[in-house]
Design a protein around this ligand. Sequence first.
Ligand SMILES: Nc1ncnc2c1ncn2[C@@H]1O[C@H](COP(=O)(O)OP(=O)(O)OP(=O)(O)O)[C@@H](O)[C@H]1O
Ligand SMILES: [Mg+2]
Length: 312
Amino acid sequence: MEFKSVSDVKNKLEKADYITSKEIATVVFLAEATNKPILVEGPAGVGKTELGKAVARSLNRKMIRLQCYEGLDESKALYEWEYAKQLLYTQMVKEKISDVVTGSGSLSEAVDRIADQEDAFFSERFIQPRPLLQAIVSDDPVVLLIDEVDKSDPEFEAFLLEILSDFQISIPELGTKKAIKIPFVILTSNNYRDMSDALKRRCVHVYIDYPDREIEMRIVSLKTPGIQERLLENIVDAIRDIRKLDLKKKPCISETLDWAQSLMALQIEDLSFEVILATLNVICKYRSDSDKVRDYLEKNHTSGNAAWSISS
Ligand SMILES: Nc1ncnc2c1ncn2[C@@H]1O[C@H](COP(=O)(O)OP(=O)(O)OP(=O)(O)O)[C@@H](O)[C@H]1O
Ligand SMILES: [Mg+2]
């Protein structure tokens, strides 16, 4: 066991630049202790992918990432035969065939000798391992991030089950490969489609929501060194209020970070009404969302009020 306790997880993740709640740290601890994959769900930009990266950094492990998409198949996820090399090999066998059969006492011995050579055709030397196989055959334990698994097809999800429960892979020509070291698996999903019960059952499940105020402030201050406390509070409070509006795409942590960095670049110290309007495009990705925020601000803004104070 590499994490000693829940607080050890929290500290190690923090050292790896990931600020997290006790709840998420508990899930990471239990997943590691029980060798179960974690299925992370939640809205866009709340740190699902980053959790995988941070776990790898905190355990000092290499991270192997499988980015899922519609149409992703076993040849891209697991392994591919290297046809060009296999053909070259057949060519060589052809050229050397007389050397191979020279000295055979009988036809069947000659055939056996050729058959022995052919075995190499489907051998490991002609396999190009893709992320899943790489994670299974790695001599050192790795973190396997299966990112955006909801974008893959249900058939692919079904295929993942063997790996997730037994940490093994069947290769028809070579047999079953069991993990040398069990990888720490993290799957992320944006709820593009529901994951099957079979997949959920094999995982420890965690939902990452928008962070609470204190955590978001710590994330912003970590990623925006030198930011003034007052601006930091104003940014986070503003974002939290904007999230309450009925928007097509609510601002996530990435947007809070982008906004903080933009305001720092503009050398802004106070989040005035005008400043917010001028930088709205950093936090709103749809015209209709910008319009809603602008309306909201215009209705709630008290003139002369320099800082964000709409919620109060
Ligand atoms: N808890 C956290 N601590 C530090 N940084 C964080 C945290 N959560 C998110 N971030 C930062 O927020 C940004 C977005 O995170 P990430 O890409 O992991 O989101 P996501 O949930 O995977 O989004 P998507 O669903 O769009 O893929 C990254 O720059 C990441 O560094
Ligand atoms: Mg992601």
